[in-house]
Design a protein around this ligand. Structure first.
Ligand SMILES: [Zn+2]
Length: 347
């Protein structure tokens, strides 16, 4: 069933009866997508690649900064010096860990225009995100495409995780009822509350375990909310009841329908930076934009991004249409700069 070299490689986990040779054969054929490759995504990715999944796709929109290295276990100082996006650095590192896994790093912001494409033909979706808005989107795409997903969140010394199986409520929206907007306005973030690296490692490990259990067909799936605090030494489990009025469970995928034109997001991992997405701009030809830009000073360009300084802000533009404006938290200013230096020049 499994070839001899691989049998030896995975022998310590196939000895465990919950996995066995049969479970390993299923893992080797499995395909997973990790959305967001920060602390949770890094831990999930390294564990799943080492466990021998067949294919893994990693979606992340960001670059690496020094304050990420404390907990984002896939990245090194060399990656920062090489100005690599997280998705690319993750792919390069993980290929060295396990060359038999098909690994694809994609530099992109997962949003309603592209998330179905990223999740198609995968067996499990893993959440490595830092915001509820995109988690509602994953919940919608999971239920629509009938792909299980594993929620995870970590902040300060704690975190939580929950596994969602389409067609078997509760879903994530059942656990977090209410409006899709305004969730995060007063919520603490990694920027304000900090994060202990070990908390993210524990939650990421629990998420990776759930993904393995789903693939091997284990019965012990974590269907409620598991809550962990590594400082207090707490491990708790809360049962979540399905809600009869849950729009997602009724097939009403509000997040996936989208509808915004220009969206901005302040970054959790970035100090003072705003990301701008204009859904009309699906692609930016970097060479063409560079030729049209005036009164800017160039910092760098490669196949992944064009970075320049304009009006005292460092602006990084990506081929998928996004821009990150540094040195501000003013979202309307970031939108104006995006219009002036990107959208108006191209369209
Ligand atoms: Zn629901």
């Amino acid at each position: 069933m499994i070839d001899r070299g691989l049998r030896d490689r995975y022998s310590r986990q196939t000895m465990f009866p919950g996995i066995g040779d049969e479970g390993q054969a299923k893992l080797l054929k499995s395909s997973m997508v990790i959305i967001g490759c920060g602390a949770l995504g890094s831990n999930i990715a390294t564990l799943l690649v080492r466990a021998g999944v067949g294919k893994i796709r990693i979606i992340d929109r960001d670059f690496i900064e020094y304050h990420n290295l404390q907990r984002q276990v896939l990245f090194s100082e060399d990656d920062i010096r090489a100005q690599l996006p997280k998705a690319i650095a993750a792919e390069r590192y993980l290929r060295k860990v396990n060359s038999s896994v098909e690994i694809q790093g994609i530099v992109a912001d997962a949003n309603y225009t592209n998330i179905e494409k990223f999740c198609e033909s995968t067996d499990v979706i893993l959440d490595g995100l830092d915001n509820l808005e995109t988690r509602f989107l994953i919940n919608d795409v999971s239920l629509k495409l009938k792909i299980p997903w594993v929620y995870g969140g970590a902040i300060a010394s704690g975190g939580m995780t929950m596994t969602i199986i389409p067609g078997e409520p509760p879903c994530f929206r059942c656990a977090y009822p209410g409006s899709l907007n305004g969730w995060d306005t007063n919520a603490p973030t990694c920027e304000t509350a900090g994060i202990v690296g070990t908390a993210a490692a524990v939650i990421g490990a629990l998420q990776a375990t759930e993904a393995i259990k789903i693939i091997v067909g284990a019965h012990e799936i974590n269907r409620g909310l598991t809550i962990v605090d590594v400082w207090e030494g707490i491990h708790d489990h809360i049962e979540i009841k399905p809600r009869g009025d849950c729009p997602a469970c009724r097939g009403n995928y509000e997040s996936l329908e989208g509808g915004f034109a220009v969206r901005t997001t302040s970054f959790c991992g970035q100090s003072r930076a705003v990301q701008v997405i204009d859904t009309k701009v699906r692609e930016i030809p970097l060479d063409k934009l560079k030729a049209r830009l005036k009164n800017v000073s160039y910092v760098s360009q490669d196949e992944y991004m064009l970075r320049f300084i304009a009006d005292d802000h460092e602006i990084t533009v990506f081929p998928d249409g996004r821009a990150i404006v540094k040195n501000t938290v003013d979202e309307s200013l970031a939108k104006q700069l995006y219009a002036k230096y990107v959208a108006d020049l191209l369209y």
